[in-house]
Design a protein around this ligand. Structure first.
Ligand SMILES: *Cc1c(COP(=O)(O)O)cnc(C)c1O
Length: 232
């Protein structure tokens, strides 16, 4: 019998709690962001019935579809995937948070759309912490200038940083990515960017390491919802 969503969720929550205990951290400082990309609205409905309210998605189109299909529930949608500038309007309408903010042109497009909608968004700045060419994000050294530029955009509330670790079996290499994000966060705060607090880092395969290195939010998809099917 396949394990139920409820069991898999409980097991992940236990692992998060155990990783916090090992790192001498308060479990209340580590949120779980369930990632429902590719899973349909009914799967999200099942997760909502277990008490989950915020969901991570990597496409505005999927956020829009699920937002509409689940409008009877009061859910929050968090965009974690690369956002094209021409999709800023849907993000401004349907997302409550964008964790993949990685360039000024996108920030400006979001700000314009948010002003039109009369809304604001929480944002995390996506940072490149490895040399993998496929990863989006700012180079860490670009952060101070970027954060200063964001300060003039009233609709964007900067809350922290997000990263994806290198995709590697080498735990030390993965850990180094997470550690680097934490060190940059601490450095930015010392330089007066006090709004930079949260660290979104860690996924199904590496969240325990991320918690040891200070993560405040682990984004977990397959370990809760199963393998994704990209065939349709
Ligand atoms: C898909 C995705 C995740 C979740 O990945 P899993 O390995 O399924 O847990 C986390 N973060 C981002 C940015 C993603 O695109």
């Amino acid at each position: 019998m396949p394990e139920s969503l409820e069991n898999r969720l409980a097991s992940i929550q236990q692992k998060i709690t155990a990783a916090c205990a090992k790192a001498h951290r308060d479990p209340d400082t580590v949120a779980l962001l369930p990632v429902t990309k590719t899973f349909d609205a009914e799967v999200v409905r099942g997760a909502a019935s277990l008490g989950l309210r915020r969901f991570g998605e990597n496409k505005t189109q999927e956020i829009r579809q699920k937002f509409e299909a689940l409008s009877d529930l009061n859910l929050q949608w968090v965009l974690i995937g690369h956002l094209q500038t021409n999709k800023a309007r849907d993000a401004a309408r349907f997302a409550s948070e964008v964790q993949s903010l990685d360039r000024l042109s996108l920030a400006q497009a979001l700000d314009a759309r948010l002003q039109a909608e009369g809304r604001a968004l929480d944002v995390l700045v996506q940072v490149k912490t490895s040399d993998e060419p496929s990863k989006f994000g700012l180079e860490p050294a670009e952060l101070p200038v970027f954060l200063k530029q964001l300060a003039s955009l009233d609709t964007l509330r900067v809350k922290g940083l997000m990263t994806l670790a290198v995709n590697s079996p080498d735990a030390q290499a993965v850990r180094a990515c997470f550690r680097s994000l934490r060190e940059w966060r601490d450095r930015l705060r010392n330089e007066g960017f006090e709004q930079v607090q949260r660290l979104s880092m860690g996924m199904s395969g590496d969240f325990e390491l991320a918690i040891e290195e200070g993560s405040n939010e682990v984004r977990i998809g397959s370990a809760i919802f199963g393998r994704r099917d990209y065939s349709h």
